[in-house]
Design a protein. Structure first.
Length: 276
């Protein structure tokens, strides 16, 4: 059982609540959609799943139907009583009232070392949350996230495309990513003004390069994309010298969006004196 639009509306009205724009709340109120997400996530009985932004629990219930062990995280005080009531009879669901952006992930995820993150991510945390988890939470081995379509395209973009940016390079460093579905506004309460994308992100067994200073690498990438319309010799002036470009085999007339993750690593190595 999942929540219909009518039931979700009734629960919110009875509690005197409305979706909070400040928290990016758009609740999924379509049974087919939440079951599609659970299926696309590939979770099965006994898997460990963490859901961020559980809301009223519609997706939580669909995930529970798979038999997975679900840890549902919700930051909104006012929604916790409704969420608790909606999943009360699900023995494989645990609730955590917390802000996912400030979680102690080590203690939260405990001893299990193979987690899936499945979530309808609030728009205001989607990008930093995914980036932070890729950087610092290796126990999360895979993700299936629903985000605004534009954000989903940035996760998965190819070089030399408008959506390609520093975020794409970071995702590619840690994982493979692909859009596996488009979700219309009609399945949400309230209805957003844009389509959403389902994005599957699977962590690599090893990052593309183990020996890089990741903070320094991504700082270089961000500097390049901060002036993405400029050639790199201008965007990285004072940071990367002509000799560095030569050593990396990269034309100084290239722009940031033309470099894939391997080329960014090569440029970092040349600048830092790291091994090729």
């Amino acid at each position: 059982m999942t929540l219909s639009r009518t039931e979700a509306n009734r629960q919110l009205e009875d509690a005197g609540l409305r979706a909070k724009r400040a928290l990016g709340q758009n609740f999924v109120v379509d049974a087919n959609t939440v079951r599609k997400i659970a299926h696309a996530a590939g979770v099965t009985s006994g898997d460990h799943v963490v859901e961020i932004g559980a809301g009223l629990g519609s997706l939580t219930l669909a995930l529970a139907e798979t038999g997975a062990r679900v840890l549902a995280v919700e930051v909104d005080d006012s929604l916790m009583p409704l969420l608790t009531a909606n999943v009360a009879d699900r023995g494989n669901v645990s609730l955590l009232h917390a802000d996912a952006m400030s979680l102690d992930w080590g203690s939260t995820l405990g001893a299990a070392d193979d987690w899936a993150l499945v979530a309808n991510l609030p728009y205001n945390v989607a990008t930093p949350l995914v980036a932070d988890i890729l950087d610092a939470v290796p126990k999360v081995r895979r993700m299936l996230v629903m985000v605004q379509k534009e954000v989903g395209e940035r996760f998965c973009a190819s070089p030399s495309t408008p959506a390609y940016g520093a975020l794409t390079v970071k995702v590619d460093f840690h994982a493979t990513a692909q859009v596996v579905g488009i979700v219309p506004p009609t399945v949400f309460l309230p209805r957003p003004n844009v389509d959403s994308a389902l994005v599957r992100i699977v962590r690599r067994d090893q990052p593309i390069a183990d020996d890089v200073d990741r903070d320094a690498l991504f700082s270089l990438v961000r500097a390049g994309f901060a002036k993405r319309r400029k050639m790199l010799r201008g965007a990285l002036a004072g940071i990367v010298s002509p000799d560095h470009f030569d050593a990396a085999g990269i034309a100084p007339t290239a722009r940031a969006e033309e470099l894939d993750v391997h080329q960014w690593i090569a440029l970092w190595r040349a600048r830092s004196g790291g091994a090729p």
